[in-house]
Write a protein that binds this ligand. Structure first.
Ligand code: URA
Length: 480
């Protein structure tokens, strides 16, 4: 048994170098154990110094694997290195494994990659900086306990967002420090290194109290979006219980005040610390940050947040929906609600793996009218679609998909530049000016709304046929 030692728990390049040498040496996955840092080797394990140090050829590795492995390597499961090597080994003979959602290791790794994405998302949402004064300078420091090794990949988000501050994020396994120019990583720390209270806390509490909407209180959903595990590190956590307790009264007060209070957007704007878009947008990640300040149309005023696209940053296929729905607006992610469920089932049936897709919307803010406690979806108008093309165009420019799929009339209008008929345009690839190919099909929520079971079954069938065409095109691209 060969013991392969990695110095760092989440360094993809380090793992890749060793995996490459293992492949060249013809070492089967069953002959290898992976160890990290000072973890002890077993009694009968040989060290990896006997591996060839050459850079000999190995079969080409699909880009999709590299993206998946870059995420999975950050997972906390100790089996991650072995699972990745197992998949890499099999890919040498069969590149199609990555398209096989039923393959056990492939689907396990895809789930692990999603867990890593969720963890990074939580870090972005729940890091709370505290102000510390040092030699007359103000520094900000935060304690965060990620589930996985996600600090290194997530810290650049904070450098863009808080570019003008000296800040540090300390986790149990590593720390990140930003000195307004460079990002440095160092060892982990402990919660007691962080001051417990400061002036910024009050701002968080005020902000939280101001954005709390008693009419939309859903305790279970709130706990899943803001897991209780993070509450202990959130300054605003002590406001949550009283706010929930008083929600009914607050709701009644809100209704009573409704005619005299200033528009909600003024209150929200006041409470929100708005960072103006100060940097040019040079990457997809820059765009994902800048969109938080989008004022290109009035939809930002009432939506909870802009919902940017998600998926591999060089995905070959981009699916474009209409706009986030109620659940997407709360979660900040596209296609996670009921339409997302229909979408997931249909692409799975067609053999398309969502983790390979970049999924986004033509319009990034939820448009709705309030009705009682519900928010009823409204179709975006031509002006809103046009205003938001700026963001969709940026996504297309950075991701450079070779296939673009318009789900529904709004997406088709945004991509073609004018209103089009889906029934006439579906089923045929359309060449776009940037060299990509557009497919137009129905929106999954259209299928959800059809009352007549026969029509519904027929439309679902047509939808599946469109997806099958897209899948065939994807397979052709892979072979070319
Ligand atoms: N409908 C869309 O068009 N996009 C979503 O993200 C959700 C529902």
């Amino acid at each position: 048994m060969l013991s392969v030692r990695l110095e760092r728990p989440n360094d993809f390049e380090e793992w890749r170098g060793k995996a490459r040498r293992l492949l060249i040496a013809g070492m089967k996955p069953s002959q290898v154990v992976w160890r990290v840092g000072s973890e002890e080797s077993g009694l009968f394990e040989a060290g990896d110094d006997m591996l060839p140090n050459t850079d000999g050829p190995i079969g080409s590795v699909p880009r999709q694997f590299i993206e998946l492995a870059g995420d999975v390597i950050q997972h906390s499961d100790p089996q991650r290195f072995a699972l990745l090597y197992h998949l890499l080994w099999r890919l040498q003979d069969d590149r199609r494994i990555l398209d096989n959602a039923a393959d056990g290791v492939n689907s396990l790794l895809t789930r692990m990659a999603s867990g890593v994405h969720r963890d990074a998302h939580k870090m972005k949402a729940f890091v709370r900086f505290r102000a510390v004064h040092q030699n007359g300078d103000e520094r900000y420091i935060a304690w965060f306990e990620p589930e996985h090794f996600t600090l290194e990949s997530t810290a650049p988000f904070f450098t863009r967002r808080f570019a003008g501050m000296h800040w540090g994020i300390i986790t149990p396994y590593a720390s990140a420090l930003w000195d307004k120019e460079n990002l440095h990583f160092g060892p982990g720390g402990s919660k007691k290194d962080i001051p417990t209270e400061d002036a910024v806390e009050d701002d968080w509490r005020t902000y939280y109290g101001a954005i709390f909407n008693p009419a939309r209180l859903k305790v279970a959903m709130m706990k899943s979006e803001m897991p209780v595990k993070y509450w202990r590190n959130l300054p605003e956590a002590d406001r949550i219980a009283p706010l929930i307790r008083n929600a009914r009264q607050m709701e009644q007060d809100m209704i009573a005040r409704a005619t005299t209070q200033p528009p909600a957007r003024h209150m929200r704007q006041k409470a929100r610390v708005i960072e103006e878009e100060s940097q040019p947008i040079q990457s997809l990640a820059d765009a994902a940050v800048a969109i938080d300040n989008c004022r290109r149309c009035p939809l930002y005023e009432h939506a909870t947040q802009a919902v940017f696209g998600e998926g591999p940053k060089a995905a070959e296929v981009m699916f474009v929906g209409e706009q986030p729905g109620d659940q997407e607006d709360l979660a900040g992610r596209p296609f996670v609600g009921p339409a997302g469920q229909v979408f997931d089932d249909a692409i799975k049936n067609a053999g398309i793996d969502r983790s390979r897709l970049y999924v986004t919307n033509a319009v990034k803010h939820f448009k709705f009218i309030p009705r009682g406690k519900r928010r009823i979806h409204q179709k975006p108008n031509a002006g809103e679609i046009q205003a938001c093309r700026f963001w969709l165009n940026l996504e297309r420019e950075f991701v450079k998909p070779r296939i673009v799929v318009a789900l529904g009339a709004t997406a088709a209008q945004s991509l073609v530049g004018k209103a089009v008929s889906i029934s006439r345009m579906r089923g045929q690839p359309i060449d776009l000016a940037d060299g990509s190919v557009l497919y137009i099909t129905n929106h999954p929520s259209y299928l959800l709304r059809i009352p007549d079971p026969e029509t519904k079954a027929r439309e679902r069938q047509k939808f599946q046929e469109d997806l099958a065409l897209i899948h065939t095109h994807m397979q052709r691209l892979e072979k070319s």
